[in-house]
Ligand binder design. Sequence first.
Ligand code: NDP
Ligand code: 2IT
Length: 449
Amino acid sequence: MSARLDEKLDLIYRDVLHRNPGEEEFHQAVQEVLETLGPVMSKYPEFVDRKVIQRICEPERQIIFRVPWQDDNGEFHINRAFRVEFNSALGPYKGGMRFHPSVYLGIIKFLGFEQIFKNALSNMPIGGGKGGSDFDPKGKSDDEVMRFCQSLMTELYRHLGENTDVPAGDIGVGKREIGYLFGQYKRITNRYESGVLTGKGLDWGGILARNEATGYGLVYFVDEMLKAKKDSLDGKTVVVSGSGNVAIYAIEKATQLGAKVIACSDSSGVIVDEEGIDLDLLKQLKEVERRRLSAYTDTRTHAKYSENGDIWSVACDVALPCATQNELNGKDAKKLVENGVVVVAEGANMPTTPEAARIFAEAGIAFGPGKAANAGGVATSALEMQQNASRDCWTFEHTESRLHQIMVDIHKSAFETADEFGSPGNYVVGANIAGFLKVARAMDAMGLV
Ligand code: NDP
Ligand code: 2IT
């Protein structure tokens, strides 16, 4: 039995292990949530009797399919794709698609499970889902990516719909891929159904500020965490891992709020630029040219690039893991604590290992879990669905101010719920319980479904 799970929750967890063999990331995500639900079980025994937790842990539907495609030389390739429609108690399944060679069912299920609670916390009418493929977009031509996306959508379209399931981007899926996916959906269904995908281009139904939303939202959340400590981002030194969509716009907003971001990374190495990361250069390399981060020092010659470098050994006040799951382990956490970190917040989904999260908690470091801190992306996707449904076109300022308020509200909800359930300052407890209660109440109201 896990030391941190009470007896009833431990039985549920064992059942999850038994029913989902080998899906380590999914086990980890479930365990992290169950560890915090003890006080909820005592307060709401009806959720135990009606097996609400067991139902939440079992996806409503899981789709696994073959994606055949041809490369530019005419060679055939076969990938595997997934869409896990996890929970629709609060609205249509909503969550991104990830294209990365590491993708398998366990990763998509952990992401879909997290998404349920994240979407609930966002207070938008969206359920939880996630999808993806083991396709690796790195080194592929635009045409190859297009053929892959078209082939994938040729199967996936039948499971989607603006009131059914609404995918978006995640690792390896951005505006380019969403464009190809939307084009194929429109062609097969003969419907211009804008709300079926989010993260669309601005000329064809996308919303201003979605591209920035996850990174900006993360930094708004961090700002609230610092305010709760009577502190601010002004003058803080920040380290951000990754250099993709979330990382770039976290760097942008942190810089706007007066912080200095001195390091970022990709899967090959780490850049440290003590003068502050040059954002225009980073965007040019990553968003336009799709190059490796090592090229940064060709222009910024004073910056240091280290291949396979250790980003968490760079001393900082605020650490923002924005790359991938389990990228910050116990050793990294110890280093960050030794170096005086005050806030850690997850831009990525589950980037912090359980051991690292424990080290932060024991050291009294404010720790913002992804399902709260990175919810700005999906919340803005829900705003994009609203914009599409009203056939309107909103300004950047309108959407950004809604995003800001949503992040303030998520922070308040996680902070106050942690207090209410006896763990003041513990955002993991607060976010899990606040998200869970919303979904559980809705499921309970709808009967045994
Ligand atoms: P991108 O594909 O834009 O960027 C991913 C970044 O992380 C790249 O710098 C990439 O480096 C690095 N990375 C990815 N996988 C690995 C790995 N296995 N090891 C080391 N580095 C890796 O993705 P996003 O920025 O969209 O996503 C980043 C994280 O944020 C993910 O966890 C995602 O689930 C989460 N997220 C994204 C949201 C969004 O709106 N996009 C919303 C909420 C959360 P390289 O290019 O070398 O692979
Ligand atoms: O993890 C996430 O929240 C996302 N990748 C964004 C999902 C979305 O539907 O915008």
